[in-house]
Design a protein around this ligand. Structure first.
Ligand SMILES: [Zn+2]
Length: 306
């Protein structure tokens, strides 16, 4: 097995903030200062506009705003009350650019409905840049890579179970401030790593691996509710937490689970112990995040101003 790392990834000190007004782009700032504009002012916060990146969309609502929704990349999300905002104040939504999204220009549209039936629309073209992900070449016997037929049914059933658990959008933010790492151990930063078998894409690594020693506690990256706590064939002992607004975090290969489905968890609460269950070659934590079905880099999630 040969491994090749590609840097190609700029890490910003903080999330970028893009301010949009009724006429399109009003100003682009590093600090999110409000821009003078007639009509709704939308703020976007993100680490980068690239595949595998989550975005926040904020609207400073006033009492005349009845509802607001954002559409991007074929997905439409309702804006909901932002953390700490008074009633009728700031609303927000999460968006995700999937790891396999096509780079190019995509239109972001925000529709704001006001009392009395008026609807205002803000549209803006966003350029999603290409991102070079690391890749690993495998030269393995396909019989070794492909699980036996007897296991395929179980793998398919469990994939459906995970898809079902992460398909329901809880219409409120359950989180508590920004996301935090589930353990301080160093990360391989291997999000989006493509595993090529004889130059054919064999698998895509849609999370990051943290080098956590065996048996150490794994903490919830944010507050939420446990929607899955099971022993999966590939993922091993896994916990999935619903943080609301379509955001789910997942923790795999644990040796022991400390929570069960339906439990409410606090940010930083121990949800399990590190292990090497499932398809794993040694103790580590596989940590992944989904935003409205888009697979995004957990390291980008840590940067979002929540
Ligand atoms: Zn992993």
């Amino acid at each position: 097995m040969r491994s090749r790392r590609r840097p190609g990834r700029a890490v910003a000190a903080a999330a970028a903030v893009l301010v949009l007004g009724a006429g399109g782009l009003v100003s682009q700032t590093g600090g999110g200062a409000p821009a003078p504009a007639a009509g709704p002012v939308i703020r976007l916060a993100y680490r980068a506009l690239q595949p595998g990146e989550p975005l926040l969309v904020f609207l400073d609502a006033d009492p005349s705003v009845r509802s607001a929704a954002v559409s991007f990349l074929g997905d439409t999300a309702e804006l909901r009350p932002a953390p700490g905002a008074p009633a009728g104040g700031r609303v927000f939504a999460f968006l995700g650019i999937d790891v396999q999204a096509k780079p190019g220009t995509h239109v972001l549209t925000v529709k704001v409905s006001r009392a009395g039936g008026a609807v205002e629309t803000v549209r803006r073209d966003l350029a999603v840049a290409d991102r070079a992900f690391p890749s690993t070449k495998l030269t393995l016997d396909p019989n070794y890579v492909t699980p036996p037929a007897s296991r395929q049914a179980r793998i398919k059933r469990e994939a459906e179970l995970v898809a079902l658990a992460t398909s329901v959008v809880t219409p409120a933010w359950l989180g508590d401030g920004p996301f935090a790492v589930p353990h301080d151990a160093p990360s391989w930063s291997n999000f989006g790593q493509r595993r090529l078998n004889n130059n054919v894409l064999a698998s895509l690594h849609t999370g990051i691996d943290l080098r956590v020693p065996f048996g150490e506690p794994i903490r919830a990256a944010n507050a939420g509710r446990v929607v899955l706590a099971s022993d999966l064939y590939l993922g091993g002992k896994t916990v999935i937490i619903d943080h609301g607004l379509g955001v789910f975090s997942s923790y795999g290969h644990m040796s022991e689970l400390k929570v069960k489905r339906g439990d409410a968890v606090a940010k930083g609460q121990t949800i399990g112990l590190c292990g090497t269950t499932g398809r794993s070659t040694g103790p580590h934590l596989h940590w992944s995040l989904k935003v409205r079905g888009a697979r995004v880099d957990p390291e980008a999630m840590l940067r979002l101003p929540l």
